[in-house]
Design a protein around this ligand. Sequence first.
Ligand SMILES: *Cc1c(COP(=O)(O)O)cnc(C)c1O
Length: 453
Amino acid sequence: MGAHHEGFEADDDGAGRAARRDEAVRAAVEQGLLGPESPIVGLLDVTGIRESAAELRAAFDAVVAPGTPVLHAFAVKATPLVPVLRLLREEGVGAEVASPGELALARAAGVEPAMTVLDSPAKTPAELREALALGIAVNADNPQELERIDGLMASAASRSPLGIRVNPQVGGGSIEATSTATATSKFGVALRDEGARDWVVQACLDRPWLTRLHAHTGSQGIPLSLMARGVAETYGLAEEINRRAGRRQIDTLDIGGGLPVNFASDATTPTYAQYARVLAGEVPGLFDGRYGLVTEFGRSLLAKHGTVVARVEYAKSSGGRAVAVTHAGVQVAARTVYAPGSWPLRIAAYDSKGRVKDGPVVVQDVAGPACFSGDLLAEGRSMPVLEQGDYAAALDTGAYYFAHHYAYNSLARPGVYGFWPDGRFAVVREAQTVGEVVAESGGAQVGALTESP
Ligand SMILES: *Cc1c(COP(=O)(O)O)cnc(C)c1O
């Protein structure tokens, strides 16, 4: 890499965001959003989300040729909450969806078809028909899906921009489960498999309506250089297709998401601007105006703007280890609880009034409420001692955490609130009631197995 890639300017150290978060926790306790009767909430920093969206837009605006069409489509799976999608839409960000539910959320948020991209690996004929009828961009995952699209295109005209998802097979990152460009990944057409690249080229030459290529090299744990290589491979393929076609058939490259998030401190690193510059260095032709661009960032837009805060119900000691038993565990942080090595979270300690704790530091476990011994948000963590009635906050949990409820022990989904720096809160998602838990657990079918049908 050239020197200009290493001379990054100082990162945003996140101090402003941390101050807003501390103030929101205090205000949530003061206003009774958090307390003995409401021992867990998710908080979203509205200011921070807007800032990240603006940084994303500015980062690509700075590197593309003037007039280049750029669609930033938020990967809905990262934070599938309708008000969040609406906020991002207001910031000029569309939606990348991968299921009928995600598409419905995007539509409920008012995201227009022209700002929506459908990418699931298992689209049914009905989903494809709906997407094509609406004019939503679709990336076909595999030859069989493309065959289905052939049938639909033959029966009705569609405005949908259509593409093929490719797997550049550039390799994985540090987390296997989120590495999508490995040799045997389930996603896309594996470009290095025998005959696959020629198949993609021919598939495009045979179908003038295929105008896009899509690649998403992975999520969290993938270094920028590997992400850039995945994009470079895809760009090279588009160039080859266009050369063979004798025209600019592929007019848009969808470069996916995957910018990693720093879970170790408040700093935002890497930044969108850094990634855009790495891409400009590694794939110069990408931004020269010949290709429109689609991005699909998820985690990097939301992670640092979410905090799950839980009350310490009991503080105890076990085998000499201090254990804080809180209301946040596997139900809001499944990845961290089941794979703590890959997904460590910072935990902040607040006192019973929601003020930052800075008392004596002890080594302690921060446990969740679920009935299995591995339900720990943090194990052996040195931090200010958590006492009964204090609050423990799991930081950087705005993506793939409290919005992804896991109903272990029939624990209810916590309420989610957006906050502003002046102490205002807005309900983003109501807390689930125990009655709703019963209803979704077959409550209305109580006699289903005891009364003959
Ligand atoms: C999950 C996913 C994304 C978003 O990944 P992040 O790591 O959250 O940025 C984008 N595109 C596709 C196809 C995905 O599956």
